[in-house]
Design a binder for this molecule. Sequence first.
Ligand code: SF4
Length: 217
Amino acid sequence: MNKAERAAIVFKILEKNYPKTPVPLRHTNNYTLLIAVLLSAQCTDERVNQITPKLFTLADNPKDMSKQTPETIYEIIKPCGLGPQKSKAIIELSCMLQNLYDGKVPKDIKALEKLPGVGHKTASVVISQGFGQPAFPVDTHIHRLAQRWGLTKGKNVKETEEDLKKLFPEESWNKLHLQIIFWGREFCPARQCYGLECEICKATYPKRSRPFSHKKP
Ligand code: SF4
């Protein structure tokens, strides 16, 4: 079986299991989505969703957020981890949005990547889920699954993203990104899974008998 055939199997199984892909992070606009994605670094979406109602009641736009002190924000967001860095980034990026983009989130991945605390993955999520433009955010979880499913030999998330973009049609990227995350959460929570257990691995590698170890990102 070649890579394209495995991709077709993965696509079919994910479509069957997750026909709908609601955005997991609570938000009311692209700015609150950007902040929620920033907060989700090294934190669960569930925990982010617990704290953002309070944060967004305080400020749900760059202008109001830029008037807050890092201490006020830190007190609210500290359950998400990396509180000092994240609160500083939230204030700084809100000031930048206010000064450079008239308080709006730019619909441009390169511009987003220049904001404090915003890397390529965060920017891709906002482009995809906020603006509905094609993007394929790849984190370490998707990187790991794509290797187990034989869709990439990428040594890092960047190479895996390039491979996935070549394998799947552009119009499916946004949905697939979420579908893979949902599958990972439901079936592949443990790093220790060696690709022998469930439907996708059995279908993509019916003859796999030895534990598969993924490359570290
Ligand atoms: S066998 Fe393991 S790696 Fe493969 S899909 Fe199932 S849980 Fe994920």
